[in-house]
Design a protein around this ligand. Sequence first.
Ligand SMILES: C[S@@+](CC[C@H](N)C(=O)[O-])C[C@H]1O[C@@H](n2cnc3c(N)ncnc32)[C@H](O)[C@@H]1O
Length: 276
Amino acid sequence: MQFDNDNVSIDVSIKVEQQQSVNHVHKEGDAQRLQFDIITLFPEIIHNYCNSSIIGRAQKQNIVSINTVNPREFTHNKHKTVDDTPYGGGAGMVLKCEPFYAALESIERKENSKIILLTPQGKTYNQELASEFKNLEQLILICGHYEGYDERIRQGTDIIEISIGDFVLTGGELGALIITDSVTRLIPGSLGKEESFHDDSFSSDLLEYPHYTRPYEFRGMKVPDILLSGNHKEIDKWRRTQSIKRTYNKRPDLFKKFIQKEISKEDRCILKELGF
Ligand SMILES: C[S@@+](CC[C@H](N)C(=O)[O-])C[C@H]1O[C@@H](n2cnc3c(N)ncnc32)[C@H](O)[C@@H]1O
């Protein structure tokens, strides 16, 4: 079936799902520990964020540990200098190799670990990467600042370069926090209710369905009656339909990915009802 969206033409070739996917069921004692080691010149930014709310609780429950290492502590001059002017001239200050290498080498590497260098030049971060990283024992995140890194900081180690989007920030701390937050919430036990992230946007190439809470009516806008029906099978179907509809409308690129994968019998019915 062929249909057009504003700027995409999508070839809908629906594949029948061969196997039902099995949701992970969290059991008591299932908690795993992932260690984040964040190399940053501004550790207070990391700790201010990570010590509160869900990430703070995940640390208290030993689901994750979040440590910072400051390259400034590895300098040997009076002013604790971590940057210098660029060879060849030009504006801005460049982060020096020695303190960053020393900071990295001070961290004890676990077997199942990765080193990530935050840079606008890296691979764009997404939910798929978050899901991959949650299975690691250790994630080492390097935050840049000023004009960026001496090129040899990129070259000398087995780093993965990650960007959080096509824009330039003043430092890598927000990127490190985005990765730390999005990975932590995928680890069993970190969210209050285990199911909480399964329906999240992007977890299956679909955006999440709409949510409502009391009051039933607000400024003339009512909660859809199906949500008050108590019929959970019909509620699930309504939610799935909404997810599919809003992904088609808001993110045709994701919708295209969704229909190119194997599709369950239930989703095929919904797509048919929606006219696809
Ligand atoms: C001002 S930026 C340097 C940008 C560098 N001059 C360039 O054009 O590639 C300083 C630091 O902020 C971080 N940063 C900025 N934008 C980022 C992005 N989109 N994703 C990840 N990190 C970013 C990086 O750690 C970077 O080294």
